[in-house]
Ligand binder design. Structure first.
Ligand code: GLU
Length: 421
């Protein structure tokens, strides 16, 4: 179900997840019936969302909430607003969430939501009305012990606040019904930067194990949103890495000596494109992939590393998947043949959902953790998951991705069996 006009999304969403699933399922000799259960979603909701626009017209948007698996706990995953959001993409992302929560060993299943909309076209009031109406239409399947949304592409703490308000107006004040909320509504310290911070913690471990010291190393980041922005800031401030190039949707900027990230963040906060940053040379989005570097971090949308454009030419020591599904399976094989390791999305970018778990736990206990405590627990959780993946990959001679899948599949299958399936 690939929409026309999307050459880089030839194999994303569900098809990416399926082929990678099979490799790992074979590795752990997973029963056929269990493959059947785990390859399909538990529940899918598709809704039409009519929204009153500022000029009085009504526009109707299509939204999805797909719960892939809830054997290990309530379903968990973000909601994205993007024109390309469709059933297959949301299902693929929901499935990834199941493996991500299992790999981190946090007590959640996997879900994802999406609305096919270009949020840049909407005013703030239109965005609020869209969010409220979408929440009304899916709220029957949500709840702190059922399915808990969070931010994803083009959604943020404000959107989560509207979801919380809609949900709470029906069920009474329920902060644990959504994560990634503003701090003043029960959000967790450290949640906003958590995905970027988690990527950095994984890179720190990998750097030590494989001899690519982060201090002074060259990093290229594709995307300057929540993940790319915080990652760039943390890597330069806390790990001494040099961010030599970074991009947003309209282009990129490069500086061999390392970009001034605090300056660039202030520039982007003023809604200016990164390519207009005076502290470097403007580059195109295509050029970004050709820059030689130690670490290449796709931190935006899916399918950007693919056979057609860049898998044969990327010139980095390691790819770190900050985004969900940035590498197509074919590109993944090409990188493997070229000897370029990939740290997979559901390990590298799991910091967000991990701190979502801490936020949920804090809400249920009505007790607030310090930022230091959140970071400490995040580091411990994601490092433990990393070590498990690294050791299994070494022991079985497989990629990090296959090892990560094998661990996650094993955990979800065990929960399914114990619950009687
Ligand atoms: N959207 C994020 C992800 O893809 C976070 C999900 C969450 O916190 O539930 O992992």
């Amino acid at each position: 179900m690939t929409a026309p006009g999307r050459p880089t999304r030839i194999m994303t969403g569900k098809s990416i997840v399926d082929s990678q699933f099979e490799r790992a399922a074979n590795l752990i000799n997973l029963d056929q019936y269990m493959r059947h259960i785990l390859m399909r979603p538990f529940r899918e909701v598709q809704v039409e969302v009519p929204v009153r626009m500022d000029d009085g017209r009504i526009e109707v948007f299509t939204g999805y909430r797909i719960q892939h698996n809830g054997a290990r706990g309530p379903c968990k995953g973000g909601i994205r607003y993007h024109p390309d959001a469709d059933h297959d993409e949301v299902l693929g992302l929901a499935t990834i969430m199941t493996w991500k929560t299992a790999l981190m060993d946090i007590p959640f299943g996997g879900a994802k939501g999406g609305v096919a909309v270009d949020p840049k076209r909407l005013s703030k009031l239109e965005l609020e009305r869209l969010t409220r109406r979408f929440t009304q239409r899916i709220s029957i399947v949500l709840g702190p012990y059922r399915d808990i949304p969070a931010p994803d592409v083009a959604t943020n703490a404000q959107v989560m606040a509207w979801i919380l308000d809609e949900y709470s107006s029906r069920h009474g004040y329920t902060p644990a019904a959504v994560t990634g909320k503003p701090i003043s509504l029960g959000g967790s310290l450290g949640r906003e930067e958590a995905t970027g911070r988690g990527v950095m913690y994984v890179m720190m471990e990998y750097a030590r194990d494989f001899g690519i010291p982060l201090q002074g190393s060259r990093v290229v980041i594709q995307g300057f949103g929540n993940v790319g922005g915080h990652l760039a800031r943390l890597l330069s401030a806390e790990a001494g890495a040099k961010i030599v190039a970074i991009s947003d949707v309209s282009g990129g900027v490069m500086n061999e000596g390392g970009l001034d990230i605090p300056g660039l963040l202030a520039h982007a906060a003023a809604r200016k494109p990164v390519s207009e940053w005076p502290g470097g040379t403007a580059i195109s989005n295509e050029q970004l992939w050709t820059i030689p570097c130690d670490w290449l971090v796709p931190a935006a949308l899916g399918g950007v590393i693919n056979k057609e454009t860049n898998a044969h030419t990327i010139a980095c020591k390691v790819v770190v998947e900050g985004a969900n599904e940035p590498t197509t399976p074919t590109a993944d094989l090409i990188l493997e043949q070229r000897g370029i390791p990939v740290i997979p999305d559901f390990l590298a970018n799991a910091g967000g959902v991990t701190v979502s778990y801490y936020e949920w736990a804090q809400n249920l206990q009505q007790y607030r953790w310090t930022h230091e405590q959140v970071n400490r627990e995040l580091k411990a959780t994601i490092t433990k998951a990393y070590v498990g993946v690294r050791d299994l990959a070494k022991q079985r001679g497989v990629t990090f991705r296959t090892a990560a899948y094998a661990i996650a599949l094993q955990r979800v299958a065990e929960a399914e069996r114990l619950r009687g399936n």
